[in-house]
Each structure stands twice: as C-alpha cells, then as structure tokens.
Design a protein around this ligand. Structure first.
Ligand SMILES: [Zn+2]
Length: 172
C-alpha cells in the first residue's frame, strides 16, 4: 500500500512507526525505512519506506499468508500518520498484474471501498493501464470484510495442505 501525503513528509516518519514496531525488528533499519518480520519463524517480511521526494510512505509485504501482519503494520502506519493533524492521505494499491505479468497501475483504495459500499454489486474494477478487469476480492484480499470468504477458503486450503503434509510425514 502506498500512502500519498501530498506534502513534505513530517519529521518522525517513518522513525516513529519503526520505534512502535520494535517487536518486529530484524535489526535492518535506516533513516527512511526498515525491514520487519513477524514471529519466530519470520515467514512474513515487511518493508516500510519513506520516500521524501515522492512524498510517500510505502508498505510492502511478502509471505505465504500476509494479511494479518499487513493489517497490523498498516494500523501502525495509520496511527503514526494520525499524529500529524491535517495530513490529507491518499492510499493506493498496486494492480496485482494480469496473467502473471506485472502491472504498474495503482488503484485508489478509498475509491475501491466506495465502489463496494455503493450498494450495487461491484466485483471487478478496470485497470486503466491494460483495460482488463481486476477482481475486487483479489485487490483487497484480506483488507476488507468482503474478502473474508476468500481468506477463510485460503486458510482451509492451507489447513488441508498441512494435514496432508503431516499425514505423509507420519507414514513409515
Ligand atoms: Zn493492471
């Protein structure tokens, strides 16, 4: 997620955020960013960066099931930004790509939320780079309650996979 501040980044971004998230430290941090990881296994890796020239904060997540860690860190970014009253923050989500090809298009998060809360069934939005439809579920995966069914399905799939791996490990 890209947080577009449209103004000079206040001093303390992202250092305040990084200090708040100390429990996730990987001891890899610098003046304008940090690499964070969750839990002992560190399956999920997050990169938070402040980009003063672009007037942006970027939060990037990698891992098999990243939405919980993402939500946690995103809340941390939001709380940090709220400490600076008057910021007009716009949030952007990168296009997930098309048929395995990456895409540079950015969707405005609030606009997607407005679309799905509009009342009519909006299940896809058009990428303005390729004019292909992108599933709202894929775009907001784990970020909004409408994707809960998808998240639960994914958790069930993972649970099945773990059970299968466990069962095959038990075989003599
Ligand atoms: Zn696209």
């Amino acid at each position: 997620m890209i947080f577009d501040l449209k103004t000079t980044l206040p001093a303390g971004i992202p250092t305040r955020f990084i200090a708040r998230q100390h429990r996730f430290t990987t001891d890899t941090h610098w003046k304008l960013g940090a690499v964070l990881a969750d839990g002992a296994e560190r399956k999920h890796i997050a990169l938070v960066r402040a980009l003063p020239q672009e007037r942006q904060v970027r939060l990037t997540m990698r891992g098999p099931n990243p939405h919980n860690f993402f939500t946690l860190l995103r809340d941390g970014v939001e709380v940090t930004l709220q400490r600076f009253p008057g910021l007009d923050v716009r949030r952007w989500l990168p296009c997930p790509g098309h048929d395995g090809n990456p895409c540079d298009y950015l969707f405005e998060y609030d606009r997607i939320l407005r679309a799905i809360e509009h009342g009519t069934e909006v299940t896809a939005v058009q990428c303005q780079e390729t004019f292909e439809d992108v599933s709202v579920g894929e775009l907001l995966y784990g970020l909004h309650w409408i994707t809960n069914d998808r998240v639960i399905t994914r958790i069930d799939e993972l649970a099945d996979q773990i059970r299968a791996e466990f069962a095959s490990a038990q075989k003599p």
